[in-house]
Design a binder for this molecule. Structure first.
Ligand code: SAH
Ligand code: MG
Length: 195
């Protein structure tokens, strides 16, 4: 992996206001991945490939990341970035709507990273649970969404997103098969381990 290229990719994404993972969130995930050394990671929401490229550092040998992105322009840029970072053999991009693509997947994953349409988090959770390996972990970024999720303010435009993020938190914390923590890093990170 080419660290200089990685920094350039990050800076360009920030300049273009692409919502890449925040540094403190990434640090928490890095520590989890370091310990887990996953063989297979599934990412929902590639954007320009920044988080996926970062995660490749912690893959087991021959490990693979499958990542889904629906915006064509971003897929093109992600592919260029992945090439620049020299990790083409570790990341497979699937172009299209994750809501349609996920049900066609049959593989098992050690880690599922949810980082796409907030209104779809409960659906992504059900798909993640279907594909999670034993001892697997589901991570969900932006789970506190600028603080809206934990506040009682209900009238903003983002109501569907907030409702579904709350539903995600309820479903993960009440699921007896999962051990879930909600961290206030970045925009909020949910970590759910399969017991
Ligand atoms: N994981 C990236 C950031 C992802 S931003 C990183 O940290 O570097 C969220 C991305 O999810 C956006 O690029 C958006 O186009 C994509 N997205 C949102 N909803 C989606 C869906 N239903 N299917 C596929 N991609 C989706
Ligand atoms: Mg995010």
């Amino acid at each position: 992996m080419n660290e200089v290229e990685l920094l350039k990719i990050k800076e360009k994404a920030l300049e273009e206001h692409i919502p890449i993972i925040m540094d403190d969130t990434l640090e928490v995930i890095d520590n989890i991945l370091k310990e887990l050394k996953p063989k297979r990671i599934l990412e929902i929401g590639t954007a320009v490939g920044y988080s996926a490229i970062c995660f490749t550092k912690f893959l087991a040998e021959d490990g693979i990341i499958d990542t889904i992105e629906r915006e064509h322009e971003r897929v093109i840029e992600a592919k260029e970035n992945i090439k620049k970072a020299e990790v083409e053999d570790k990341i497979h991009i699937f172009e299209g709507d994750a809501v349609e693509i996920l049900p066609t997947f049959q593989d098992k994953y050690d880690v599922v990273f949810i980082d796409a349409a907030k209104g779809k988090y409960p659906f992504f959770l059900s798909q993640a649970l279907r594909m999670l390996e034993k001892n697997g972990i589901i991570l969900a970024d932006n789970i506190l969404y600028k603080g809206y999720v934990m506040s009682d303010y209900n009238k903003h435009k983002q109501r569907t997103a907030v409702t579904n993020l709350r539903k995600y938190i309820k479903e993960t914390t009440e699921n007896p098969l999962l051990e879930t923590k909600i961290l206030e890093v970045g925009d909020g990170l949910a970590i759910s381990k399969l017991k």
